[in-house]
Design a protein around this ligand. Structure first.
Ligand SMILES: Cc1cc2nc3c(=O)[nH]c(=O)nc-3n(C[C@H](O)[C@H](O)[C@H](O)COP(=O)(O)O)c2cc1C
Length: 167
């Protein structure tokens, strides 16, 4: 619960690499997310090569920080694995959030970069990452040891809650 309430988007990272065990923990967290009819349509592309990371900001206009991150995870869905139509988006969103929370609980920093439903980003990343035609990128998650501190905010808003059974 502490991870949920203290997580912030981290966009500055140390150059230190992440070991494979740590990366597997992040991926396991993603794969532990709830999924409609348990379809689990996700695939994850582990991006560490400078040559690949450097090209991402040409495709995604708000992703400059990926050049500094030692790791970028592309959360993807294989639409051929989808059983309950349209739910792959929510499955991938849950996986993305799980990875962010696991990163934070491991002392790492990360940020959710939206890809789907921006077709230019989906197409550009599909090409860059050489994805099969049925696979779409949902989000990118740069991860690294944090090189910035962020304040924690209490975002509870009573005005958004409707306690008396109806609006
Ligand atoms: C669907 C989605 C798309 C996002 N896309 C970007 C992005 O392209 N670039 C970026 O720097 N942050 C992106 N973010 C992170 C948000 O800016 C961030 O979560 C928000 O400002 C709240 O700050 P916090 O995560 O520190 O609580 C995105 C977040 C979500 C959920």
């Amino acid at each position: 619960m502490d991870a949920i309430f203290t997580r912030r988007s981290i966009r500055k990272y140390e150059t230190r690499d992440l070991d494979e065990d740590t990366i597997r923990k992040l991926l396991k967290a993603g794969m532990s997310a709830p999924s409609a009819v348990n379809e689990r349509p996700w695939h994850f592309v582990v991006i560490r090569q400078t040559e690949v990371k450097d090209l991402i900001p040409d495709i995604h206009p708000h992703a400059l920080m990926v050049r500094e991150a030692p790791l970028v995870i592309a959360v993807c869905a294989d639409l051929d694995l989808e059983i309950s139509q349209g739910y792959w988006v929510q499955d991938c969103a849950a996986a993305t959030e799980n990875i962010l929370l696991e990163a934070h609980s491991l002392g790492l920093g990360a940020v959710w970069l939206g890809v789907h439903p921006r077709e230019d980003r989906v197409r550009g990343l599909g090409k860059l990452l050489e994805l099969p035609a049925t696979v779409r990128v949902f989000s990118l998650i740069p991860v690294g040891y944090p090189a910035e501190d962020k304040e924690v905010h209490d975002r509870y808003e009573e005005s958004r809650v409707h306690w008396k059974d109806k609006w």
